[in-house]
Design a protein around this ligand. Structure first.
Ligand code: GTP
Length: 596
């Protein structure tokens, strides 16, 4: 098809503003799927996505649209994930488009992810069509959303702002015309060597890795040997086609087109999002720019509640279609055999936990997440990488510890500047830069990744009422005064509860930890001390109170002093045991999550 009849676009929005519902309506109105086939949110096919109503992996669909000018157009809709943990996937999907629909919920207005996604599209120089959704709702306040959009980007003033209801279909036919009229067609060159951007991939047990690609220049044919440039892996494609919305074979994709390639490769490691696909024989010289290797950001222990082997099998299967995950075996004295798993962020961790439960029926215990550390030991030349606090060398042997540092780039309206600066400093941030820009300011801080990996973004959203956005760039490792906190329950060290923190925070944090543990550790017939230790010294201690059921021994009537004497005796007996015979429930580990 000629490029001038192709439009490649994405819908960007805050979570729950109606992206999937609008995609469904566009498919229905263009006859891509019939009304009968229309299951709600066809694009969100992973069961986690349906349960959360959140898009995790992106999907592409080709819509055939006959416009009012009588021409047939091919509209490639690229669905992007909406959560910050997947920001790299969002920007790669956006790089495969020539324009976006900026979708805003009329009942909620512009939110943090609206701003963050707007900025990604803006930085890529993509034309945007503003769309206000949910106008059917009684809570819709279209005027307010207009004002918020203008405050975000005054250039939107010169554009048509579409008002739609993705639910009822109102305004959607006009929007389809708008996509054809207002968004540009792709500008590639079919005569140049093949250059295609890999913007997504999935794993199929029978077919191997299936990549989703946008052809930038040249022609891709099913008969040609192809090569991934970053991993230098060649292969013979098994099938080439487009999504309508199911895979439909076309055997060819030309410049400007979006589709899939069944690679037949069984090892996902060769296929990286952001890589360039070219011809093995006459390849292009330069790759599509901006490729980044994905690295895990946080690590957590995952332990089976019952069967280790089925957990292992399930994790290996999930790893196949989630190349951002890293898995290593781990043994905990408290929890037994399990795995240390690396994730892109805390939300990614939750998604994996839920996929284990919903797709494989496996319940797990997840320990509090941490980042990785570089630890130098006395008389050792090489620093070691520690991803599990339980494996921290003992403090006498440690010469220095380095932690990962990121540059946090925060875009916020000027009104919140003071509050944001205070927040960054509370999270051990060091000021780097401040510049004015459209719609507010851009603040940069050097921040320890460990400080911001968990709830920093939520805090940022809450103090700025959802207006600020955050991007992070890894800077590297820097030395810091970090200490390992050991936790003992009934005088027995619980390896799975150990964590690392900055020395300046240790005193306050250990107090909080022991109090949280007091509420969550299952009680015994005797009181159990819970202690937090740093470098062998007890910094905080509480007693988990005993179950008192046995105080009235044998139901006999005894004097209060006799009862107390009995309880004291019981304590002494049990205490000498100094071991842990309780099974720790997930709540105990959750107690560590909310701290900072
Ligand atoms: P993520 O995939 O998490 O980014 O969400 P999403 O943006 O795809 O939102 P989704 O389409 O799942 O819609 C969120 C909720 O809003 C659902 O309950 C929809 O039924 C509802 N919704 C979507 N569009 C409309 C609309 O036009 N009107 C009304 N009243 N509700 C809508």
């Amino acid at each position: 098809m000629q490029e001038k009849y192709i439009r490649n676009f994405a819908i960007i929005s805050h979570i729950d503003h109606g992206k999937s519902t609008l995609s469904d309506r566009l498919m229905e109105l263009t006859g891509t799927v019939s009304k009968r086939e229309m299951a709600p949110q066809l694009l969100d096919s992973l069961s986690v996505e349906q349960a959360h109503g959140v898009t995790v992996k992106s999907r592409t669909v080709q819509l055939q649209y006959r416009a009012k000018d009588g021409q047939n157009y091919r509209l490639n809709l690229i669905d992007t994930p909406g959560h910050v943990d997947f920001a790299y996937e969002v920007s790669k999907s956006l790089a495969a488009t020539d324009g976006v629909l900026l979708l805003v919920d009329a009942t909620q207005g512009v939110q943090a992810q609206t701003v963050a996604n707007w900025r990604l599209a803006h930085d890529l120089g993509l034309p945007m069509i503003p769309v206000i959704n949910k106008v059917d709702s009684a809570q819709a306040d279209v005027d307010r959303v207009y004002d918020e959009l203008m405050a975000l980007d005054s250039t939107l003033l010169s554009k048509t702002i579409y008002q739609v209801s993705a639910k009822t279909g109102q305004g959607v036919p006009e929007l389809l015309e708008g996509i054809v009229k207002e968004l540009p067609s792709p500008k590639g060159d079919s005569n140049r060597p093949l250059k295609a951007l890999v913007y997504d991939s999935e794993y199929d047990a029978y077919l191997g890795v299936i990549t989703q690609i946008r052809v930038v220049d040249g022609q891709l044919n099913a008969g040609q040997t192809l090569r991934f440039m970053a991993t230098n892996k060649s292969f013979q494609p098994k099938e080439v086609g487009v999504y309508r919305p199911d895979r439909t074979k076309t055997n060819q994709l030309s410049a400007g087109e979006v589709g899939y390639v069944v690679t037949g490769l069984k090892e996902p490691k060769f296929v990286k999002i952001g890589d360039t696909l070219t011809s093995a024989s006459k390849g292009c010289q330069e790759a599509v720019s901006g490729f980044q290797e994905r690295q895990p950001v946080v690590y957590a222990g995952i332990f089976p509640k019952d069967d280790y082997l089925s957990l292992k099998e399930a994790l290996l299967k999930i790893e196949l279609n989630d190349s951002a995950l890293t898995i290593a075996e781990e043994h905990s004295a408290a929890l037994g055999p399990g795995f240390r798993v690396g994730f892109l962020g805390v939300f990614h961790l939750q998604i994996i936990q839920e996929r284990l439960a919903s797709e494989y029926g496996i319940e797990v215990i997840v320990t509090a997440p941490n980042v990785s550390y570089q630890v130098r030991q006395v008389q050792e030349k090489e620093a070691i990488t520690v991803t599990n606090p339980a494996e921290f060398p003992s403090f006498e042997k440690i010469e220095s510890v380095e932690e990962p540092i990121v540059l946090g780039i925060i875009d916020t309206p000027g009104d919140y500047l003071d509050a944001v600066m205070k927040l960054a400093e509370r999270y051990r941030g060091t000021f780097a830069d401040l510049v004015d820009q459209a719609g507010g300011v851009r603040l940069s801080y050097r921040l320890p990744l460990a400080e911001i990996a968990y709830d920093f973004f939520n805090q940022l959203k809450s103090i700025t009422h959802g207006y600020a956005s955050l991007q992070t760039k890894a800077i590297g490792f820097e030395e810091s005064d970090l200490v390992k906190v050991d936790v003992q329950v009934n005088y027995a060290k619980v390896d799975a509860l150990a964590f690392v923190t900055h020395r300046s925070k240790a005193a306050a944090l250990t107090q909080k930890v022991v109090h949280e543990l007091k509420m969550t550790i299952p009680r015994r017939l005797y009181p159990m001390p819970v202690q937090a230790l740093v470098e062998g010294k007890v910094l905080a201690r509480v007693d988990v109170p005993p179950l008192r059921k046995n105080a009235a021994v044998n139901g006999e009537q005894r004097s209060v002093s006799k009862k107390q004497a009995l309880l004291r005796r019981q304590n002494v007996n049990k205490r000498s045991a100094a071991h842990l015979d309780i099974v720790l429930p997930q709540e105990v580990f959750n107690a560590l999550l909310s701290l900072n």
